[in-house]
Structure formats: structure tokens, C-alpha cells
Design a protein around this ligand. Structure first.
Ligand SMILES: [Zn+2]
Length: 383
């Protein structure tokens, strides 16, 4: 995920935190210290409320992490490649590179998440029972963790894709009908319906006076319905691209622009005459960088004829793909780094440029021609 930093590895799985999680951490600690704890457990000092709130937020983070680790570890055990886990404002996401090939594997992989949260709720409840003073901060902390893990289990088991419950539902329909497309469509539709229901409930809560909770619920509902939508599109796209190689859709036209060329000639020839939106830059046939419209925009037009492309090009990080790379993997690279295009190499020689526009054009064409996809797709596991 873009905008995230790495924390380390657990069982070989990389753990990252997206910057939005820091906002969530503050919001949770704040709402606990100012709302939940003072209401449920009056009489502590302000410092105690804040410390208990902050520890609760961190342990909530650990709980979410354990939930995601359960998904990722089952995936690894079933031979799937896991890129890592990212924690963000709405929870966690496991980036699993390959999609389960059998409904049974998807069922198992999805169901372990909510099960882990349920077990954690039980463990926190059991420890809380052993604490003598039920109104003490440790007891309050344990009670909150029991509650939040039970909520995590309940929310994730909602049968709407891409939530775990939606994946469980998808695996069942997939197993019964044998059609992954049909199963994804049904599960994504229930995901959208649940999203809308949450938005409506959020507005109802808001109108009844509970402003913050209402906004939060509506926000989660919006997130769920848009995630259902984009997950379905992603699955459809991955299905259409699966089994394909980069060189099947890339633009083979772009020639290397010498890095001594001026920005003026690059704009005139590559951008205007050849209709490109980015040009690979070379020295002696070796790729040294790439210049995009964004790079050119930084230079005032009156300076174009005196500026060489080497002054504006991106040298590093310079992402490239190979011409026989899997197309889905290449599209993921574009998405992960927010790129619009990437140079394609054969050994070290430039053979083309792969852009988002090329992929979209291919998808439109294959839909208009009613072309059938080649094989089964890779994917991502929701919170
Ligand atoms: Zn999950």
C-alpha cells in the first residue's frame, strides 16, 4: 500500500503501517479516554483515562494484526505467496499474491480471521474474570478488548465481499456452482447492500444526536460498498488479464529518446506526433530514465528549448518490467507505485512501454469482441 512504513517481519510476513492508522490510533485513544472509559468507569484521573486509552488502542492494533496473521499463515501453509500485512484506518489487509484455486482453501483462509478474533474475545474475557477489582483500569482494558474483538469477529463475518464473511459466502457459492464469476458477483452485491444499510444506519444514528458515531458508521458503510465495487472490478480485470504476458498489450512503438535531446523536441515528437504521454530516455541504447507529462509541466515553456530531457527525467526509482512478465503482476506494480506507465525490457534492451491506458484499451476491446479470459486470477484479502 502506498504511504505506509514497515514495522518488521513475523513468521516471514512483512508488517506495514499506513499513515492513516496513526489517525485511527489517535481517534480511538481519544474516544476511549474522553468517552467510553469515563462513562463506564467514573472516578479515575485524566492521566489514567489517557494511558488506558492509548494501551487499548495499541492492543486493538495487536488484535487486528493477529486476525490478519491468521489469514496470511493459512495462505502461506497452502502454498500461496503473501506479500505482507498493512494496517490502516479501517483495520488490516493481507496482500496475498495468488488467489486460492479451490473453494475449500478460500473458505478456510477466510474463516480463520473472524475465528481468531472470537478466540481473542474469549481469552480477554477469561483473563478479565480473574481480575478481582472489576472497576480497575486493567479490568476495564480487558473488557474493552473482549468487546472490540467480538465486534471485529461480528463485523468481518458479514457476508459481503470483500469482508471475510463475503469470501466465505463466495467460496460456498463457488463450490456449489463451480463459477467464480457468479460467486464473486453475488458476494459483492451483498457487500454493497450491507454497505448501504450501514450508511443509512449511520445517518439515522447521526440524526438521533450521536454525531460522531453516526459519521463513523456511515463512513465504514461507504468504505464497504466502494470496496465491494472495486473488488468486483478487480476480480473481473484479473480474470481477463490472467495467463497474459506484458508484451501482449504493451505499446511497441516508443523509441528511446537520447538524454541530450531538448524538452522542446521531446514534446513535439514524442508527445504530440506520436501521441505518447511518457518517453523512455536512453544513452547508447541503455535505458537511463523516463520523462512524463508531469515532469515536463515543472519546466516553464520558454525554457523547453534550452533544457535537456536528462534534467527533468526520473532516474530512480526507475521501475521496469520484462516483456514476458505476468500482466497481472505488472498491473499491480503500476497500482502499488502510482505509476501511469513502465518501460518494458528484454534483457537490458528497451522493447516497449506498458501503460494503464494500454491495459484499459485491451479490456475494452476484449469486452467488445466478447473475448474469453485465459486462466484464473491472483488477489487480495480484505480486513
Ligand atoms: Zn479478516
Amino acid at each position: 500500500m502506498r504511504g505506509s512504513f514497515k514495522l518488521g517481519r513475523i513468521a516471514g510476513i512483512e508488517i506495514g503501517v499506513h499513515y492513516t492508522w496513526l489517525l485511527a490510533f489517535f481517534l480511538i485513544a481519544w474516544s476511549l479516554a474522553q468517552g467510553f472509559f469515563p462513562q463506564q468507569y467514573p472516578g479515575w484521573t485524566v492521566t489514567t483515562y489517557w494511558i488506558t486509552g492509548a494501551i487499548s488502542a495499541i492492543l486493538l492494533f495487536v488484535s487486528v494484526l493477529l486476525h490478519e496473521l491468521a489469514h496470511s499463515m493459512v495462505a502461506t501453509a497452502r502454498g500461496m505467496r503473501v506479500q505482507g500485512i498493512t494496517l490502516f484506518i479501517f483495520g488490516g489487509v493481507s496482500n496475498i499474491e495468488t488467489e486460492p484455486e479451490k473453494p475449500g482453501v478460500e473458505f478456510l483462509m477466510s474463516v480463520v480471521g473472524p475465528l481468531t478474533s472470537l478466540v481473542l474475545a474469549g481469552v480477554f474475557w477469561a483473563i478479565q474474570q480473574a481480575v478481582a477489582d472489576r472497576s480497575s483500569p486493567p479490568a476495564a482494558l480487558l473488557y474493552y478488548l473482549m468487546l472490540i474483538n467480538a465486534l471485529l469477529a461480528a463485523f468481518n463475518i458479514i457476508p459481503g465481499f470483500p469482508l471475510d464473511g463475503g469470501r466465505v459466502l463466495r467460496s460456498i457459492i463457488w463450490g456449489a456452482t463451480g463459477s467464480l464469476t457468479k460467486a464473486t458477483n453475488v458476494a459483492a452485491t451483498t457487500g454493497r447492500i450491507f454497505g448501504w444499510a450501514l450508511i443509512a444506519y449511520g445517518f439515522f444514528t447521526l440524526l438521533s444526536g450521536n454525531f460522531l458515531n453516526g459519521i463513523w458508521i456511515a463512513f465504514i458503510g461507504w468504505f464497504l460498498s466502494s470496496a465491494a465495487d472495486s473488488s468486483r472490478q478487480e476480480v473481473t480485470m484479473q480474470q481477463h488479464l490472467s495467463g497474459m504476458r506484458v508484451n501482449e498489450v504493451m505499446n511497441t512503438a516508443p523509441e528511446c529518446v537520447n538524454q541530450n535531446a531538448t524538452v522542446e523536441s521531446l514534446v513535439r515528437e514524442s508527445f504530440i506526433q506520436h501521441g505518447l504521454r511518457a518517453a523512455p530516455i536512453c544513452v547508447d541504447g541503455q535505458l537511463t530514465g523516463i520523462v512524463t507529462l508531469t515532469d515536463v509541466r515543472k519546466i516553464p515553456q520558454e525554457n523547453w528549448s534550452q533544457t535537456s530531457v536528462s534534467a527533468v527525467m526520473t532516474r530512480s526509482p526507475l521501475y521496469t518490467v520484462k516483456q514476458d512478465d505476468d500482466l497481472n503482476t505488472a498491473v499491480k506494480l503500476l497500482a502499488q507505485h502510482g505509476l501511469n506507465q513502465v518501460p518494458v525490457l528484454d534483457d537490458k534492451r528497451l522493447v516497449g512501454l506498458l501503460s494503464r491506458a494500454d491495459v484499459i484499451r485491451f479490456l475494452q476491446l476484449s469486452r467488445e469482441l466478447g473475448m474469453k479470459p485465459k486462466a484464473t486470477p491472483p488477489g487480495k484479502m480484505g480486513a
